[in-house]
Write a protein that binds this ligand. Sequence first.
Ligand SMILES: C[S@@+](CC[C@H](N)C(=O)[O-])C[C@H]1O[C@@H](n2cnc3c(N)ncnc32)[C@H](O)[C@@H]1O
Length: 155
Amino acid sequence: MILDDNAAEIAKYEQPEIMSFLPPFVDMNIVELGAGIGRFTGLFAEKADRVLAVDFMESYVEQNKFNNSNFTNIDYKCADVTTLQLTDNSYDLVFTNWLLMYLDDQEVHALIQKTMSWLREDGYLFVRESCFKPSGNLYPQAIGSQRFSWAPGSP
Ligand SMILES: C[S@@+](CC[C@H](N)C(=O)[O-])C[C@H]1O[C@@H](n2cnc3c(N)ncnc32)[C@H](O)[C@@H]1O
């Protein structure tokens, strides 16, 4: 889900760039937190052993299932990541894109700690957020008056 009226164009460049930062994930056991409608889920499923796609929006989980119905190595879980419990030492890669911005500092801290226990010893945690401005340009009224006020050097 990208809240931007240019979403398709952004995705065309954004997805390959993000994937290029990841370690080779062939045969990995991957958990994708805040997976949304599965923009990345299928890309993982192409090479991974298994992918667990987690999101707390039932409709997104269903859309993800539909979008990636050609894969048999994806498990879907409708759950809130702040209360999510997974098996320790079970994953090679935990992936999040545009999730942490929805959590407060305490929730982020707790989640990062949990991901460390879910990962195998040589596993990877990948976190990606848009830091210089909020993502998207739709619904600016919901984002507030700071929406366009940032400039390099601003606090
Ligand atoms: C901006 S979307 C990004 C979706 C996907 N990662 C992508 O890049 O296309 C954020 C997603 O995080 C999910 N999300 C936000 N807070 C969550 C939480 N506490 N637990 C689970 N999912 C959450 C939302 O439902 C939404 O699907």
